[in-house]
Design a protein around this ligand. Structure first.
Ligand SMILES: Nc1ncnc2c1ncn2[C@@H]1O[C@H](COP(=O)(O)OP(=O)(O)OP(=O)(O)O)[C@@H](O)[C@H]1O
Ligand SMILES: Nc1ccn([C@@H]2O[C@H](COP(=O)(O)O)[C@@H](O)[C@H]2O)c(=O)n1
Length: 216
């Protein structure tokens, strides 16, 4: 079974997906990491981020490998691990431009659809576009201020600067970020991280919840 967890920026998608995946004993798949890695490589190669043919040609010569685990996803270009470089302010600022390119979206979607299930998939369009037949779909929200306060624990910028950047990214991502009609929408604002994870687990079909946890 595939479980999709979509939502706005910094709504808790990866933390929640990791917790749900651990409880189910399956990996989770971070689609955003592929967009982030394409952005980082485009910036490093000095490419215009709107240059889809240039970016795709570069990615074909230097392919990326996503390693989906329950505890956290890792992404590699050959022997080089990119994971730790993907959550910078520079990548945050450019990634929505890259993610708006239909050719890049098709490249990401093909990689995701090639992965063996079961898994938890998180992103923006997992439930609407990439895995429309997923067995359970969730969509996380929270106010920009709450999200900025949480993110400020992880970044050097202050809350107003983070909040402004989140609002900008939400606006740029709006097209691909609508919840699926059959998704359960969860406002994570009043909930703890574990509260969100338990809310999702409680809504999964019984046979899915009782899977034994493995070492993924
Ligand atoms: N319900 C919650 N209560 C408190 N903190 C939370 C909650 N959910 C997530 N967080 C914290 O908020 C921060 C952002 O969460 P996370 O990185 O999982 O979001 P995301 O949606 O994957 O972000 P992005 O869209 O930028 O990749 C993390 O520090 C995480 O621990
Ligand atoms: N399914 C997705 C996932 C991500 N994006 C774009 O990537 C950016 C980074 O994603 P995070 O999940 O790490 O925030 C995001 O801002 C989108 O531009 C996407 O379009 N579709």
């Amino acid at each position: 079974m595939i479980v999709t967890i979509d939502g706005v920026a910094a709504s808790g998608k990866s933390s929640v997906s990791s917790g749900v995946a651990r409880a189910l004993g399956v990996p989770y798949v971070s689609s955003g990491l592929l967009y982030r890695a394409a952005t980082l490589l485009g910036l490093e190669a000095g490419l215009e981020l709107q240059n889809a043919p240039g970016l795709l040609a570069y990615l074909q010569i230097h392919p990326l490998r996503l390693e989906p685990l329950a505890g956290g996803n890792r992404i590699w270009q050959g022997e080089r691990e990119l994971t730790g470089e993907l959550h910078s302010t520079r990548v945050d600022a450019g990634v929505s431009v890259v993610a708006a390119l239909p050719e890049v979206r098709a490249w990401v979607d093909a990689q995701l659809r090639a992965l063996p299930s079961p898994f938890v998939a998180e992103g923006r369009d997992m439930g609407t576009n990439v895995f429309p037949h997923a067995g359970a779909k969730f969509y996380l929200t929270a106010s920009p201020h709450v999200r900025a306060q949480r993110r400020a624990q992880e970044r050097p910028e202050d809350v107003p600067a983070i909040e402004a950047a989140l609002i900008r990214r939400d606006a740029l991502d709006r097209v691909q970020s609508a919840p699926a009609p059959d998704a359960v929408v969860i406002d994570t604002g009043p909930l703890t991280l574990d509260g969100v994870i338990q809310t999702i687990l409680a809504q999964l079909p019984e046979q899915q919840r009782s899977r034994p946890a493995s070492s993924v």
